[in-house]
Design a protein around this ligand. Sequence first.
Ligand SMILES: [Zn+2]
Length: 288
Amino acid sequence: MDPLRPTQMHSSCPVCGEITLKGLWEVNGYTIARCSVCSLVFVQNLVTAEDLAAHYAGGTDDAYDDTNVECLNYYYQKLGSLIRSRFPQPGRVLDLGCSRGWFLDVMTGWECHGNEIVASDAAAARERYGDRIVTGSFEEYPLREGYFDVITMQDVFDHFRDPILTLERCRRLLRPGGLIVIKVHNISCLYAKLTGPNFYAVIPPSHLFYYDAQSLTNTLSKSGFQVVQSKFIGHLLKVKTVFWRLSRGNADSLFYHVYKTLDGTSLGEVKFRKNLHDIITVLAVKPA
Ligand SMILES: [Zn+2]
């Protein structure tokens, strides 16, 4: 059990306010609940910014390092094409949780901005994008009303403690007609249904929310966005990364031992395409 686990709990749904919540699972000492009205799945423990800072001091995701850029780019290029199909003329893009700036690298011709909380990653992105990369939490990001054409959040929205507050800030940063793109794990995919609390993305307190097309659409609608597209975009994965994900960071698990065995071998580096509908990408617009 996580010794930092908060004992204060959400008494209502963080998105719709409903008070009838159904406890689903206990994972890592955290309670995961589902709202009986809007079907949102979330960590019911009230996690503070300090709790998360202590948690993230323990390490980051193996898939996000310089040796894995080719795999990450597979998705980034598909997303870049999708954005360009809607915006043939380059504009201004903000990538929240931009890591080392790899997604921005595929948005050539665009005015690229990023926000990243991990200082070493932000520093790497700043080498190419300078002051357009802001280090720190999104709560501290400067509010430039109506400035951006596109805001993207890839593998980041489910980490935020307050999705409504996050989307409110995004809505203000976007110009009317601007686009928000959110990529998260899909808690309603068949794989998640079959594995329940053992689904590889169920890793509280890293992931505080577990969305699907319905709950994500509902959350965006509550915040004044209009969902225009929902897609399952495939990924390129290394064999070793699969075992890392399955281990969910638990160094005692069998999966972790397989990962360590494969790490540095040619088999571990073999890449394959995966699309289990376990990742959902939703595009929504701020009405003009
Ligand atoms: Zn709800």
